[in-house]
Design a protein around this ligand. Structure first.
Ligand SMILES: [Zn+2]
Length: 395
């Protein structure tokens, strides 16, 4: 017996991680976009997408229905009609023959995203959704078996026209390829990854780091130093708790938090030595905030999701914008040169330049493979290396 239910959920990022909520309807039965009831309160979670919940037998299945409320509603209606049609066919002793041999690209994409979600790989799920949507939009193909080699070339071209760097095109190509393989496209028809010149990872100079730290208030000083001297990822910063810090051993442990539904990338805990000056700063901060759970949470002790924005605003206020990038030239006037990730890159490069061995740096960075760490073996240039070269006795 078919289950006739097809209901919409809003799958969104909350301070406690990704969650699903029933959608809220307003007048005219319209969806109140991004609004949900969370723990008895009406809240807006803008980052998310719609999903249609159906049951295959007693098993719940979530089908992605995009970010647009009207489209999601239409998709849900279509799904409900299909279920109803199957039921009437059942009752009449007939069977609806669906095109089983052909797989819809959209359905394959939904399954692919769901596969990542089932593995709790939220970042991968987001990337998968992004790349599959972009590809469907560009290729305009309905069925998986229609995908041809030229669609992938057109995909590359569109990305370049949109201003994506060669590196981004190559990365998206890899993600697309993994999706198409998942969908059952013959890998032989897929073109190889486009070549690109590997850009050197950019890092902050000691002078830049000093200037932003001088301009920062005590809170932002902690944020910046935890990025610069512990090399933490944005999420790792957001969810850093006092219990992660072992002040006896002067070590910081990166670990998942069930409470926040936060998982460490590649599911590996790691311990990072905390420099003495940062430890001192953290201890002073703790004295002022003796009861908080999070090290750099909000005033209500929940994860601060605006760390990146705060860093950009600080750079802007302090006259540290580069003035040349697209960000600087946009209305917001927020420099692309200031990111938390660049602090992490600076951390990695600085360790390597100071002679910490690759294997140890790999561990501190939480890199799954040595190749990721090796990208940071960037030759030193500038004054410092000049001095070193000059100090060599050549003859
Ligand atoms: Zn800039």
């Amino acid at each position: 017996m078919a289950n006739l239910k097809a209901v919409l959920r809003w799958y969104c990022r909350t301070p406690r991680g990704w969650r699903r909520f029933p959608v809220l309807l307003g007048r005219n039965n319209r969806i109140r976009h991004t609004l949900v009831m969370d723990q008895g309160k009406e809240v807006s979670y803008p980052e998310g997408r719609y999903q249609i919940l159906v049951y295959e037998g007693s098993r719940p299945v979530y089908k992605n229905a995009g970010e647009n409320a009207a489209d999601a509603m239409a998709a849900r209606d279509k799904e409900a009609h299909l279920l109803a049609a199957r039921l009437s066919a059942d009752n009449a002793g007939a069977k609806i023959v669906e095109e089983e041999k052909r797989t819809y690209l959209r359905r394959a994409a939904g399954l692919y995203v769901q596969d990542a979600e089932n593995r709790n790989a939220n970042e991968a799920a987001e990337q998968a959704e992004l790349v599959t949507n972009e590809f469907m939009e560009v290729s305009r193909k309905t069925f998986v078996d229609e995908v041809a080699r030229e669609d992938i070339f057109r995909f590359h071209k569109t990305l370049r026209d949109r201003g994506c760097s060669d590196r981004t095109v190559a990365n998206k190509h890899a993600r697309l390829k993994s999706f198409l393989r998942f969908a059952g496209v013959n890998p032989d028809i897929l073109p190889p990854k486009p070549k690109y010149e590997e850009a050197l990872p950019t890092i902050y100079t000691a002078d830049e780091s000093r200037r932003i730290l001088q301009a920062a208030d005590p809170y932002m000083q902690i944020v910046i130093e935890m990025g610069l001297k512990l090399g933490l990822r944005e999420q790792e910063l957001m969810y850093a708790e006092w219990t992660d810090l072992d002040s006896q051993e002067s070590a910081f442990r990166v670990q998942g938090k069930k409470f926040w539904d936060f998982r460490v990338k590649d599911s590996e805990q790691r311990e990072i030595p905390c420099p003495a000056d940062l430890l001192k700063r953290l201890k002073a901060w703790r004295k002022k905030h003796p009861n908080s759970r999070l090290i750099i949470g909000t005033t209500s002790d929940s994860p601060n999701t605006h760390l990146l924005r705060s860093l950009k605003r600080l750079a802007k206020r302090s006259g540290l914008n580069c003035g040349k990038c697209d960000g600087c030239n946009s209305k917001l006037n927020e420099c692309q040169g200031w990111t938390l990730h660049k602090l992490r890159r600076t951390y990695c490069t600085t360790l390597l330049r100071n002679g910490v061995d690759l294997k140890t740096v790999q561990h501190y960075m939480g890199h799954a493979d040595l190749a990721s760490t090796m990208r940071y073996l960037r030759p030193a240039v500038g004054k410092e290396s000049q001095a070193r070269i000059n100090a060599i006795q050549w003859v």
